[in-house]
Design a protein around this ligand. Sequence first.
Ligand SMILES: *[C@@H]1O[C@H](CO)[C@@H](O)[C@H](O)[C@H]1NC(C)=O
Ligand SMILES: *[C@@H]1O[C@H](CO)[C@@H](O)[C@H](O)[C@H]1NC(C)=O
Ligand SMILES: *[C@@H]1O[C@H](CO)[C@@H](O)[C@H](O)[C@H]1NC(C)=O
Length: 216
Amino acid sequence: MTPPFLLVGLLLATRLLIVMASDPSPLQDFCVADLNSTVRVNGYPCKDPRTVTADDFFSERLRNIGNTTNAFGFNVTMLNVNQFPGLNTLGISLARVDYAPWGLNPPHYHPRATEVITVMEGSLQVGFITSNPDNKFFTKRLEKGDVFIFPRTLIHFQQNVGNCYAAVLSSLSSQNPGAVTIGRAIFGSNPDIPDYILAKAFQVDKQVIDELQSHF
Ligand SMILES: *[C@@H]1O[C@H](CO)[C@@H](O)[C@H](O)[C@H]1NC(C)=O
Ligand SMILES: *[C@@H]1O[C@H](CO)[C@@H](O)[C@H](O)[C@H]1NC(C)=O
Ligand SMILES: *[C@@H]1O[C@H](CO)[C@@H](O)[C@H](O)[C@H]1NC(C)=O
């Protein structure tokens, strides 16, 4: 007979696999996050539904243009569960991305979400790359009103290809999509990945890696 603790372990393992597959499905109409709770669960515990008001489902955070004065010329204003507790357990979040002329949202991916962008202003060149072994590059020029999909976990970017300001509304299939920016993660990790490892990985001299690391 299987010892009970093994069964419990198996059950927990299955449960973990299930909850890691996507954001958990709600078991109630809503579960406005109690961001201050000391309870640790996948997501956030619900605040008392009797204290929930319309304001828990409302945000004016995306009204304002982000400040794009930085090296890349873009700014992401996130609206995930951490800024918008009403999204807890609902499997969705939003962001607004603003771009200075020729600004770039550099290659990155979202570990927990597919992203769909809608161009609100300007023209953008966008693209994503498929996984190994093909690493196929899909790219498209978008105009105001156009929509484009970045499938979950694939590396993607957007560049403003005009002399005017541009902006997109981004919808993401997780309350907490996460982001890994390739340049920053590889060349700006904390602590640094040793330069001889990256030199071999990228098939260049260590000086090239040191130069890249100095930018992040
Ligand atoms: C969490 O705590 C902060 C300050 O400590 C407070 O302003 C906020 O209202 C609290 N939020 C909830 C949901 O209790
Ligand atoms: C994005 O814009 C906000 C609001 O203007 C600003 O506080 C923030 O520092 C900007 N972020 C970057 C990376 O420039
Ligand atoms: C935008 O950010 C830059 C660099 O941090 C800063 O100098 C500038 O004052 C900011 N602009 C606004 C409108 O906040």
